[in-house]
Design a protein around this ligand. Structure first.
Ligand code: AMP
Length: 557
């Protein structure tokens, strides 16, 4: 067994769980895992202050799996998550960690999917139920005993659940569970409302908080790029085109990711290699030596494997996967800017990880500016600059060594020197795209398709109304659905009328309602996906400005 796996082995988890964790490629527990796993395994209630990206899902999933009895075919653990996306993500994580536990099944229960199969899966004996509160309450209304056997409850992203207006639903769910259950609450922030829940529903909870102390990072220019998880490799390849680097280290989370990314880079002609805990020590040293002397330019590493790495040539650090905590971020980017040189650090942020970015900014006391993917013009300029740099030192000498050959070839081929030089460039650049049109065609990502999530609309440069009405809708935030009413500005409607009507008659919290867009002949409102059908039924007879609201789910396609 390698030294790194010792980290997880020390918890004494069920060997089948440990085997699954090892297979995922995790090398060592993150800080929140280190602290939470023993507490939850011992059966205590717990309050964990941690956000997405810290490894919090495994922090509760592993000990909960350890505590359930696979032989019992009944719900034993309930995980509540604010959105359907998170519920699915958590359910998938449980499935991964339970891969080698025969008989363990997981069901995800959320709005927008038929209720029957969900209830059937619960009744068929799924031990782990991952649910959004609204939909779970719908199930409880049909069968109030459905959760009677649950003895572990996890509230994931509790603050988000309250923001989405799930307080009442949570109370209903607490009542439906045995009082003797274990309760674990994870939340990025602990406002009074969360503390009040903990006081009422947790028994003598232990607190876990990842301590963050302010750290300064000087001489390193930092930036971040918003990107979807499945677009990371393309984004990295685009960034490499325009970043002027000497040597570069990229951080990812798993061994597999080091291998995948390193081979994608090699395929594009970069001198790249992977560095992870599975690679023997002497081989790791060889990789680092190669990075030092320029036989390699890029190393793709996990945190563990990059420990102690000190290579003055490193001008750039790419955080391709988010670090677990700000300390590790500071540690990672400290690989550049060595010996008084300047360094540059780029962080890829997926929509769910934006909160972690804010924590990093707070802890480091520095703004991490947003950059966009380079556009085709920037890529073209960078390629031409590289070509210029590689050719200009040769020009003076080459004329004397190869000038006569040029004359002979132009004569033999019967072409102009310009035509011959163009043919040579074509050969030398190996078919690389060197016009705007060709670059645009080859690029899988365009700079402005990065996820914007719930960014507010900019108020400047608005097109005329007719244009605006045709314009594609702004991307939806996670957990929200867009609804449409045929009432618009021409009916005398303003956003505040819609807001008032939905708040009063729908019984939602203000935070539960997203963007409201009033157009001339219709309006769009963003509402919580979970419990949407119930809400629309409630609003069935609502009137605004004397007319029927008739709010319906709006499909963009
Ligand atoms: P979470 O904070 O639970 O959303 O986890 C964020 C990501 O980190 C997920 O992609 C996990 O698969 C990954 N992850 C969690 N724990 C570890 C670990 N100990 N080592 C490597 N990756 C991890």
């Amino acid at each position: 067994m390698t030294q790194e796996i010792g980290g997880f082995a020390a918890f004494n988890l069920n060997p089948n769980i440990l085997a699954a964790v090892t297979a995922t490629g995790y090398e060592e527990p993150s800080a929140i895992q280190q602290q939470s796993i023993p507490i939850i395994m011992a059966g205590h209630d717990m309050i964990g202050q941690a956000q997405t990206g810290t490894g919090k899902t495994a922090a509760f999933a592993l000990p909960i799996l350890h505590r359930i009895d696979p032989a019992k075919r009944e719900p034993q653990a309930l995980i509540l998550a604010p959105t359907r996306e998170l519920a699915l993500q958590v359910a998938t994580a449980f499935e991964t960690y339970a891969k080698q536990m025969p008989g363990v099944t997981v069901v995800a229960v959320y709005g927008g999917a038929p209720m029957g199969p969900q209830l059937k899966a619960i009744r068929n004996g799924a031990q782990i139920v991952v649910a959004t509160p609204g939909r779970l309450c719908d199930h409880l209304r049909r069968d109030e005993k459905v959760l009677a056997t649950v003895n572990h409850l996890v509230l994931d992203e509790a603050d988000e659940m309250l923001k989405l207006g799930f307080m009442d639903d949570l109370e209903v769910i607490f009542k439906a569970l045995p009082a003797t259950r274990q309760t674990v609450l994870f939340s990025a922030t602990l406002p009074q409302s969360i503390r009040a829940i903990a006081e009422r529903h947790l028994r003598d909870p232990q607190h876990v908080k990842i301590q963050t102390k302010t750290q300064t990072v000087t001489a390193i220019e930092q930036a971040h790029l918003l990107v979807h998880a499945d677009q990371k490799t393309s984004a990295v390849l685009s960034l490499l085109e325009v970043e002027d680097f000497d040597a570069l280290i990229m951080f990812v989370r798993t061994k597999q990711a080091t291998l995948d990314l390193a081979s994608a880079l090699e395929a594009k002609g970069y001198k790249a290699a992977a560095l992870n805990g599975d690679i023997a020590q002497n081989q790791r040293e060889r990789v680092i030596d190669s990075l030092k002397d320029g036989r390699l330019d890029i190393v793709v590493a996990t945190d563990v494997a990059a420990r102690g790495l000190d290579v003055p040539r490193i001008t750039h650090v790419f955080n391709v996967d988010m670090p677990y905590d700000p300390e590790s971020y500071v540690h990672r980017i400290g690989r550049t800017g060595r010996a008084g040189r300047e360094g540059r650090a780029l962080l890829l942020v997926t929509p769910r990880e934006r909160r972690m970015l804010q924590v990093i900014e707070r802890v480091t006391g520095q703004k991490v500016a947003e950059v966009r993917l380079p556009d085709a013009q920037a890529v073209l300029d960078a390629r031409i600059k590289k070509l210029t740099n590689s050719l200009s030192p040769l020009v003076a000498e080459a004329e004397s060594t190869h000038g006569d050959l040029l004359d002979r070839l132009t004569a033999d081929i019967g072409c102009s020197p310009r035509a011959l030089a163009a043919a040579l460039l074509c050969k030398a650049t190996n078919g690389q795209a060197l016009t705007l049109a060709a670059i645009e065609k080859e690029r899988p990502l365009v700079p402005n398709n990065a996820p914007r999530g719930d960014r507010p609309e900019r108020s400047g440069d608005r097109p005329e109304r007719s244009d605006r009405e045709r314009r594609a809708p702004v991307p939806l935030a996670e957990g929200r659905a867009r609804c449409r009413t045929a009432l618009g500005a021409r009916d005398g409607i303003a956003a505040k009328n819609l807001l008032g009507a939905i708040l009063n008659e729908g019984g939602l919290a203000r935070e539960a309602i997203g963007r409201i867009q009033v157009r001339d002949s219709f309006s769009l409102v963003e509402l919580p996906e979970d419990g949407l059908e119930r809400l629309l039924t409630k609003l069935k007879d609502t009137r605004v400005a004397g007319k029927q609201l008739k709010l319906r789910r709006y499909r963009e396609d």
